[in-house]
Design a protein around this ligand. Structure first.
Ligand SMILES: NC(=O)c1ccc[n+]([C@@H]2O[C@H](COP(=O)([O-])OP(=O)(O)OC[C@H]3O[C@@H](n4cnc5c(N)ncnc54)[C@H](O)[C@@H]3O)[C@@H](O)[C@H]2O)c1
Length: 367
């Protein structure tokens, strides 16, 4: 199969669909890989590095889209890319179609087969192609909090780890899933005083010992937040907007210039006063509480993020390259990623959010 890797064109996106190391894996299995010139520049991977891995370099995105059987990307295609996609072409990337009817229409009109990273599942009910970005965001959340605590950036002037004789900062993490676990690991490593709240007892049992754990009731959140220097919002209720666990009224109980990092902002945020921010201007103040609510946190570290994403997507991409649509027929977890196929929506949540008809992936693939 011929795999195409266009340069990402969404604003502030520096990741790349395939790293040179991944290209080498495809080439080793007899596939052709066509990479748009400069596609890896955001992660320091030169065209020569791609050539050395066995790829051919294309001058334009047009050439990549015209020649490839499968396009591997990071971000959802933009309007100028929808029109380049075509029937019998596989698109493998993050899509986030549910709130995006314009993109959905664009993909339907193209006739392509679009597989969304974010809806591919695994045997444990997890989302294996979202997990690496949650790992990155969780770890980054503590770096962001550390910076926001500094006086020089407008913070209260505390070091996360303290020093001998001076207590560390108190870090409260609400949600002990992938984001929360990785935030905790970073915070513990820096010497912070870490508490995790979750509603899942099995998850709290796993975390117990390394950090203080607490069952997440409204009362527990009130108490922990009031004494925190940093609160990390890392909850997820699958298929729903994030619950608002810290209200504007709660801010009055908090320390002046405490930091709220709302990682769940991409699901609407779990603090009432959160609104999405960018890496250019990541924080703002409400009632003297610092809010950090960057919606695409992994975008700040595209080298780490691209490699982490590639490690997760590679086995699925190789299966698609080897078997084409049969890979979807044979693997129910990959099939869960099928969102659009030959002009039909094949994901229930996407169809429901847009009041459109859905065709079961099995049925669409059999047609
Ligand atoms: N901003 C970004 O750049 C970025 C990047 C990656 C992930 N995220 C977001 O981070 C959030 C967390 O992702 P994840 O991968 O860790 O999810 P996850 O499913 O692994 O973990 C979520 C946890 O929240 C817990 N939870 C649910 N309701 C709760 C409550 N009321 N109190 C306490 N805990 C509660 C669940 O039991 C679960 O353990 C998601 O919204 C995800 O989209 C954002």
């Amino acid at each position: 199969m011929r795999i195409g890797v266009p340069k990402e064109i969404k604003i502030e996106e520096y990741r790349v669909g395939l790293t040179p190391a991944s290209v080498r894996e495809y080439v080793a299995r007899g596939h052709d890989v066509l990479v748009e010139q400069g596609a890896g520049s955001g992660i320091g991977a030169s065209d020569d590095a791609y050539r050395a891995a066995g790829a051919a370099i294309a001058d334009t995105a047009d050439e990549v889209f015209a020649k490839a059987d499968m396009i591997v990307k990071v971000k959802e295609p933009q309007a100028s890319e929808w029109v380049r996609l075509r029937e019998n072409q596989i698109l493998f990337t993050y899509l986030h179609l549910a709130p995006d009817s314009a993109q959905t229409k664009g993909l339907l009109a193209s006739g392509c087969t679009a597989i969304a990273y974010e809806t591919v599942t695994d045997a444990r009910g997890g989302l294996p192609l979202l997990a690496p970005m949650s790992e990155v965001a969780g770890r980054l959340a503590i770096e962001a909090a550390g910076l926001a605590l500094r006086k020089t950036t407008g913070g209260m002037g505390k070091l996360i780890g303290g020093v001998p004789g001076v207590p560390p900062a108190k870090i409260v993490i609400i949600g002990g899933g992938v984001v929360g676990t990785h935030a905790a690991r970073m915070a513990v490593g820096l010497g912070g005083d870490v508490t995790i709240l979750d509603r899942s007892l099995p998850q709290l049992r796993l975390l117990d010992g390394r950090v203080r754990t607490r069952y997440s009731t409204l009362e527990a959140i009130d108490e922990e937040v009031a004494s925190a220097d940093v609160v990390i919002g890392a909850v997820l209720v699958p298929g729903a907007a994030a619950p608002k666990l810290v209200t504007r009224k709660d801010l009055a109980t908090m320390k002046r210039r405490a930091v709220l990092v709302d990682v769940a902002i991409d699901q609407g945020g779990c603090f009432e006063t959160s609104r999405p921010t960018t890496h250019q201007s990541p924080t703002y103040l409400v009632d003297e509480i610092i809010h950090y609510c960057v919606a695409n946190m992994p975008g700040a570290v595209p080298v780490t993020s691209s490699h982490a994403l590639n490690h997760a997507t590679l086995p699925f991409g190789l299966a698609l390259a080897a078997k084409g649509l049969r890979a979807l027929v044979e693997d129910p977890y990959l099939r869960a990623g099928l969102n659009v196929h030959r002009g039909q929506i094949t994901n229930r949540a996407v169809a429901e959010s847009q009041n459109a008809a859905v065709v079961a992936p099995e049925v669409a693939l059999a047609a």
